[in-house]
Design a protein around this ligand. Structure first.
Ligand code: KG4
Ligand code: ZN
Length: 329
C-alpha cells in the first residue's frame, strides 16, 4: 500500500510517502518567515502552506519515484494545531483525494508523534510509557495497547518546547529555541546555576515550566553584573533544568506503572542532551527515540500511521474538518 502523508499543523509544510511500512520519501519545508517574530504567526503560516504545499508534495512523489496514480490513500493531520494551517492541508488532501478517487484519512498529530517511534523500532510493543514533548504539549502517556492511551500527567502551564522557545528569546537566541539553546549551550557547565525544578514532590507526574522561565528572566536582568559567569554556562544550566524534570518524571512514571519501555515523541525528543541523560539514567530499561528527522513535525509519521489505520478500516468520507483542540483520548 502507498500512502501520501500531509502535515500542516503549525509552521512545517511537510509531505512523505509510506510504502508497506517503509518511509520512501520525507520532505519538510520549515517556514523561516517566522524567525524574525520569535514565534509562529498563524496567518502567515497558513499563507506559506498555501504557497509551499504543491511543491513539497510534488517533491515527495518524485523522490519516492512514484506518480499520483500509484497512491492508495492520503493521510492528513486533522489536529491539534492552528485552525488555519490545519485547514490548508485538509483542503488540499480532500481535493487531491476526490480527484484521484482514493480515501483521505484524518490523523491525530499527537498519535503521529508516538508512531514515529515505530518507524525507528518496528518491533516496539505496548505496554510502554510515552513522554510527548513538543512546542504545544508536555504529557506522559501510559500506552497499554495501540489506540488505548491513558494520560498520567501533563504541564500546568508552558510546554517543554515552549520553555526552550521562550528561554531562547530571553537569552537573545533565535527561533525555534530548542536547537538554538542546544547549540549555544554546548560545552557549557550545566551545574553553574541552580535553576528551579518544579513539582518534583512524591508521585507527582505533572509539569510546570513557567517558574523556570521567570527565574531565567530575572537572572538575565542582573546578568551584566555577574561578570564571572559565562552565557554558555547559563544556557547549559537552563537546558539542564528542563531535562532533569523530564527525566525524573519519565523514570517515576515507569516505576509507578511497572513498565520497562519508554518512548520519547515530539520536537524536544531531538535534544541530544535529553537523549544522553535518559540513556545514562535508564540502566537496563528500554528507551526508544525516533530518528532526528521524525522528531519535529513531519509527514512521515502521518503517512506511516495513515497506512496502519487504512489496514484496519475503510475511509470513504470527506466530511471531516480541522480540530485545533483534538485530544489523544
Ligand atoms: O513537535 P514539534 O515540531 O511541533 C509541535 O507539535 O509543537 O515541536 C517543536 C518544538 C519547538 O518548541 C522547538 O523549540 C522544540 O520542539 N525543539 C527542540 C529541539 N528541536 C526542536 N527542543 C530542544 N532541543 C532540540 N534540539
Ligand atoms: Zn508536533
Amino acid at each position: 500500500m502507498i500512502v501520501l502523508g500531509i502535515e500542516t499543523s503549525c509552521d512545517e509544510t511537510a509531505a512523505a510517502i509510506c510504502r508497506d511500512g517503509k518511509i520512501i520519501s520525507n520532505i519538510v519545508s520549515r517556514q523561516i518567515i517566522h524567525s524574525k517574530f520569535g514565534g509562529v504567526v498563524p496567518e502567515l503560516a497558513s499563507r506559506e502552506h498555501e504557497t509551499l504545499l504543491n511543491n513539497v508534495i510534488h517533491q515527495s512523489l518524485s523522490e519516492a519515484n512514484i506518480g499520483l496514480q500509484n497512491l492508495d490513500a492520503i493521510a492528513v493531520t486533522q489536529g491539534p494545531g492552528l485552525s488555519g494551517t490545519l485547514l490548508t492541508g485538509i483542503c488540499f488532501a480532500k481535493g487531491l483525494g476526490f480527484g484521484l478517487n482514493i480515501p483521505v484519512i484524518p490523523i491525530n498529530h499527537l498519535e503521529g508523534h508516538i508512531f514515529a517511534n515505530f518507524i525507528a523500532e518496528p518491533s516496539l510493543k505496548p505496554p510502554f510509557i510515552c513522554l510527548l514533548v513538543s512546542g504545544g504539549h508536555t504529557q506522559l502517556w501510559h500506552v497499554q495497547e495501540m489506540g488505548n492511551y491513558h494520560l498520567l500527567g501533563e504541564t500546568r502551564d508552558d510546554a517543554a518546547g515552549e520553555a526552550f522557545d521562550k528561554g531562547a528569546r530571553i537569552l537573545g537566541l533565535g527561533y525555534p529555541g530548542g536547537p538554538e539553546i542546544e547549540k549555544a549551550g554546548k560545552g557549557g557547565d550545566p551545574t553553574t546555576i541552580e535553576f528551579p525544578r518544579s513539582l518534583l514532590g512524591n508521585n507527582n507526574l505533572e509539569f510546570s515550566f513557567s517558574g523556570l522561565k521567570t527565574s531565567l528572566l530575572y537572572f538575565m536582568d542582573d546578568f551584566q553584573a555577574t561578570k564571572n559567569i559565562s552565557k554558555k554556562d547559563v544556557i547549559a544550566s537552563y537546558q539542564q533544568a528542563i531535562i532533569d524534570v523530564l527525566v525524573t518524571k519519565v523514570k517515576r512514571a515507569m516505576k509507578m506503572k511497572g513498565v520497562n519501555t519508554c518512548v520519547i515523541a515530539g520536537g524536544v525528543a531531538a535534544n541530544k542532551c535529553l537523549r544522553k541523560t535518559l540513556e545514562m539514567d535508564m540502566g537496563d530499561q528500554r528507551i526508544i527515540f525516533p530518528d532526528l528527522s521524525y522528531c519535529t513535525d513531519n509527514g512521515a509519521m502521518i503517512s506511516y500511521l495513515g497506512e496502519k489505520k487504512l489496514k484496519f478500516k475503510g475511509y470513504n468520507s470527506l466530511s471531516f474538518g480541522a480540530l485545533p483542540n483534538l485530544k489523544l483520548s
